[in-house]
Design a protein around this ligand. Sequence first.
Ligand SMILES: Nc1ncnc2c1ncn2[C@@H]1O[C@H](COP(=O)(O)OP(=O)(O)OP(=O)(O)O)[C@@H](O)[C@H]1O
Ligand SMILES: CC(=O)N[C@H]1[C@@H]2OC[C@@H](O2)[C@@H](O)[C@@H]1O[C@H](C)C(=O)O
Length: 401
Amino acid sequence: MNPNLHHLVTIAQKPERRIIGLMSGTSLDGLDVALCRFMGSGTATKVQVEQFATVPYTEEVKAEIRRVFAKSQIDFEQLCLLNPWIGLLHADMVLACLRDWHLAPAEVDCIASHGQTVFHAPQRQHGRPDFPNATLQIGDGDHLAVRTGILTISDFRQKHAAAGGEGAPLAAYGDYLLLSQAGEDRILLNLGGIANFTYLPGSLDTAKVFATDVGPGNTLLDAFTRQFFPKQSFDTNGDLAAQGRVHEALLAALLAHPFFAADFPKTTGPELFSKAYVTAAQQRAQATDLSPFDLLATLTQFSAEGIIRAVERCTVVPTAANLGIYASGGGTYNSLVMNTLRKRLPNFTFRTTADLGINPDAKEAVLFATLANECLVGNPAAEPSQPGSPAVSMGKISFAF
Ligand SMILES: Nc1ncnc2c1ncn2[C@@H]1O[C@H](COP(=O)(O)OP(=O)(O)OP(=O)(O)O)[C@@H](O)[C@H]1O
Ligand SMILES: CC(=O)N[C@H]1[C@@H]2OC[C@@H](O2)[C@@H](O)[C@@H]1O[C@H](C)C(=O)O
């Protein structure tokens, strides 16, 4: 037998596994690195997050990725070069974390790498009937594996798309396995560049579990903050937006897109919710001369409104008193967004995933570590499919040698 296969079987048969989950999301703020210890699989999964760090991207790294990020027309050579370059960059970031944590690569069983999404094109968005749902994450897994010496599982989204999904959100899998609670209906709300949530019924009825994107989270706020206040990469705490007033006609124009009326589950990205989208809405609403503060106030309300409408529209979500919304992602630090949500959704108790034992900044990295654990030890045939979440193993295995 190829010794690599033997190594793979050995890892899969261990009573406990150390898996490093890696996530670099649409905000391009950095790489989230979560060192997790797993026992069991499926609904018997137990995870302990031993270490967590966000390794920030330098401005140079952000600029290199932005040359292709969410763009329909790009320099193809740049894309080709970025694929291994990001794999090596992430590998070096993992090795630096391991040094900080006083661990040797040999003490880690596996890396679970999401990669960098550079384009997301569900069919609803690309509109070409002969082409399937498509999504592209780069940062090659073989480069990660060879540079670190650690077996790497990567490129999780393709199997989801191949099995009929849109390649996202994958949060439903980890949320269901790790965070469901009998007797409590839960919404796991992720406020990243794009906002998405998972609904977990207290009945544990998997036919009702689903995850969906709901619209922009921070992506537009970040883009316009950078444009108007070049020294800032985001609107800290929502302080800039808090100085402005919401332009109601622009807000209505922003919310007019059919994405908001489409059925759940659905996905989107910065390809749609871009600066060009906002500019076109400003023209329709005759709001082209707004102050930066008023524009940020309106965009912040737009993000909150997309979430509020989705939660309210979601017919399977009861408005019972035992319904908790557990937030995660960088947007939880935006008090303006969070206060708006609390005010407009008074029937819901707001907490963060910290109350469930998972650092809100680490949640997505832990999700990909969980998917890798399932790829190694899980049995997809034993897991029930959920709406939009086919029961499949996800991820591609890269041997280190
Ligand atoms: N103190 C803060 N105040 C306001 N916003 C903040 C703060 N800290 C972080 N953020 C926001 O959170 C973003 C990063 O969030 P996060 O890392 O969850 O996104 P992501 O994982 O890249 O996105 P996605 O989940 O869509 O892939 C920043 O770009 C910023 O907009
Ligand atoms: C294509 C892609 O990278 N989608 C991300 C993005 O960021 C948030 C939202 O849009 C979500 O659908 C997804 O990530 C999370 C981790 C998911 O798949 O659940």
